[in-house]
Design a binder for this molecule. Structure first.
Ligand code: PMP
Length: 291
């Protein structure tokens, strides 16, 4: 049976899940989204994702026509209808159909859709042996323009960085801000270990407040690993003892080189591995029950 997609209150086969070419999500990237995940029949950090969606909507002056409770029910309904226990969930709210001008006031009804499917971002070998990454020329959007805290449909900034990485033969890129400070990767937050302390950049440098990032900071407390937010330069990356990226799709992925510099001994570090194990346990045992 075909995958069912939630589209504006209805479940439709994926072949029929279509939106208008006049939708401003498509015409202007005017919209917001969340990438969520379910493990073992439970949706991980669903409330947190819905809260971030609601904050993104606030920030772009978009009124989502469903309450958070209704959105939650729609996510669970979509998962149930597809009988998915381990899934990647894409929840999107666009400004909706308007005319060819920019004016969002001419878009009376936001479009909401939810796709539930599988996602494999990186193959297993990278989780085991670590990933090699580079810094790229394209800088992260400045927060005074489109704030990277807004999870908007405008991903061209990240896509340009991704293209630079893949053209150079790498799978992921570190993006710096206009001042040269480390922000995040194209779809993940970044952490290093320095002097046995976990460090991640504060979001004001120009990074999404990742849900996985927050989970890792919480786990570090539990595991009694010292952790802090601090600004990072490329020098801090090159001299780190350990490094990893976090994201809903990527989970926790170890990094073993940056711009050709070996991190630690070139193998996933101890702190990274203990956080990965704790993260896996949490995702298997926590979350909003789907059934
Ligand atoms: N930064 C960016 C730019 C992202 O797209 C993502 C993935 N949504 C993240 C960080 C990680 O956020 P989360 O842990 O909430 O998935």
């Amino acid at each position: 049976m075909s995958l069912l997609v939630y589209l504006d209150g209805k479940l439709v086969p994926k072949e029929e899940a279509k939106i208008s070419v006049f939708d401003h999500g498509l015409l202007y990237g005017d919209g917001i989204f969340e990438g969520i995940r379910s493990y073992n029949g439970r949706v991980f950090k669903l409330e947190e994702h819905l809260k971030r969606l609601s904050d993104s909507a606030k920030a772009i002056n978009l009124n989502i026509p469903l309450s958070l409770k209704e959105l939650k029910e729609a996510v669970l309904l979509t998962l149930r209808s597809n009988n998915l226990k381990n899934a990647y969930i894409r929840l999107v709210v666009t400004r909706g159909v308007g005319d060819l001008g920019l004016d969002p006031q001419k878009c009376p009804q936001p479009t909401i859709f939810i796709i539930t499917d599988k996602i494999v971002l990186y193959s297993e070998e990278f989780y085991e042996h670590g990933l090699e990454i580079i810094t790229v020329p394209t800088r992260r959007n400045i927060p005074e323009a489109v704030n990277p805290c807004i999870k908007s449909l405008n991903y061209l900034n990240n896509i340009l960085a991704k293209i630079e990485a893949t053209n150079a033969g790498f799978l992921e890129a570190v993006m710096l801000n206009s001042e040269g400070l480390v922000t995040e990767c194209t779809g993940e937050n970044i952490f290093i270990v320095k002097d046995s302390c976990l460090v991640t950049p504060p979001c004001w440098v120009g990074a999404l407040r990742g849900i996985t990032r927050e989970v890792v900071l919480g786990l570090s407390l539990k595991l009694k690993i010292e952790a802090k937010e601090d600004v990072l330069t490329r020098y801090d990356l090159y001299t780190a003892e350990e490094m990893f990226l976090t994201g809903t799709a990527a989970e926790i992925i170890p990094i073993i080189t940056v711009d050709g510099r070996m991190i630690g001994n070139g193998k996933p570090g101890k702190i990274t591995t203990s956080l990965r194990n704790a993260f896996t346990e949490l995702t298997q045992n926590e979350g909003t029950v789907v059934a």
